[in-house]
Design a protein around this ligand. Structure first.
Ligand SMILES: [Mn+2]
Length: 361
């Protein structure tokens, strides 16, 4: 016979409920905003990634089902490996469709800003949104949102992704069942890409309860993983080979590495936007490695793009704020430098030197 304590534990286990991370007041505020709006524009950050597009299209699906007129506007190009998502072809690219974007923004009574925390992160589109008179809300998981620009902010930096936050919001609103199959696919893709397919930032057990809910909607996560991960050209694979064989500078005593890739080298591999995606993670496969830095010369503007990745407690965001005019998350951050590649490499070596105590430990 089981004792009372065992029965209790069993009873608790049978209750599949997410810990509530969104307060009743916040739920009520969002509900009120969603009920009263009619024309909604959803925007996400520049150079959108899987989480930006996934959370935007996930929320778009939901609001459409609630009978709203919804559009998604992104600042610029988003990668080909996300184009399989339902209605990805309806996404409006601000850079190329400015007059359409402005007319939708002018008509909107609600603008939902997803997966960024500051209007400056979305360049000219941010300026356009700043001028609109309608309500603006932010749903995001980046640190320190700019509070002055929004009527309502739902910010949860501790969460894996904005897609997770969108799911939690709908769950807290009691609207989980309204989620469509396509929305489930979108939100899964966002959570998967922001956690490196659940290899970092993903120890919250709730995350897997959410995935389980999405799987119940019928999504094929293996297929989604393949659509995202196995979508590259032979050139991209050869570029990876080149970077790792020819370009990687390893500092064994610092448990760190850096590689710098110039425009001419990218051209040699018929570079397309997105081809460098994720390569910065690879040096972290070296035993004991703590930090990986990638410097890439932009193919359009005269600047160097910096990406950094770390493990455990090494703060990439602080490193990037200090040396690369940037910021981000603790284990993944970036920035830009307006200088030559040689100067950028010098700055990076100084940054490594400055952080050598933490890196050596
Ligand atoms: Mn994100």
């Amino acid at each position: 016979m089981e004792n009372r304590e065992e029965r209790l534990i069993f009873a608790q286990k049978k209750k599949p409920m997410l810990k509530q991370k969104i307060s009743p007041q916040e739920v009520a505020a969002v509900k009120k905003i969603f009920v009263t709006c009619k024309n909604v524009v959803i925007v996400c950050h520049t150079s959108p990634d899987g989480d930006a597009i996934g959370s935007s299209l996930g929320l778009y699906e939901y609001l459409k089902r609630k009978g709203k007129n919804v559009s998604v506007i992104v600042p610029n190009y988003f990668p080909d490996f996300l184009h399989w998502m339902k209605d990805a072809d309806k996404i409006i690219m601000f850079e190329r469709q400015k007059s359409l974007s402005y007319s939708l923004l002018k008509m909107a009574d609600l603008i939902c800003c997803l997966d960024f925390n500051d209007m400056r992160r979305i360049d000219e589109l941010g300026g356009a949104i700043g001028k609109m008179r309608c309500k603006r809300i932010l749903i995001d998981h980046h640190l320190d949102p700019d509070k002055s620009k929004f009527d309502f902010i739902l910010s949860r930096p501790e969460l894996s992704s904005t897609s997770e936050l969108v799911f939690r919001l709908l769950d807290a609103m009691g609207e989980k069942d309204v989620l469509t199959f396509a929305a489930a696919e979108d939100l899964y893709a966002g959570m998967a890409t922001d956690t490196g397919f659940f290899s970092f930032n993903s120890n919250d057990p709730d995350l897997f309860v959410i995935i389980s809910e999405l799987l119940k909607k019928g999504i094929d996560k293996d297929l989604i993983n393949r659509r995202i991960q196995n979508n590259y050209s032979p050139d991209r694979l050869r570029l990876i080979g080149y970077v790792l064989y020819e370009k990687l500078e390893v500092y064994p005593e610092l448990h760190a590495s850096l590689f710098a890739i110039r425009k001419e080298e990218l051209t040699q591999f018929h570079y397309l936007k997105g081809d460098m995606e994720g390569i910065v993670n690879m040096p972290l496969q070296i035993k004991g490695h703590k930090l990986s830095i990638c410097l890439r010369e932009d193919t359009e503007k005269p600047l160097i793009r910096v990406s950094t990745r770390s493990v455990d407690d090494f703060p990439c965001n602080e490193l990037c704020a200090q040396f690369f005019n940037g910021g981000g998350h603790k284990n993944a951050a970036g920035g830009t430098l307006e200088c030559s590649m040689d100067e950028a490499i010098e700055i990076t070596r100084k940054a490594l030197e400055a952080w050598s105590e933490q890196l050596k430990a």
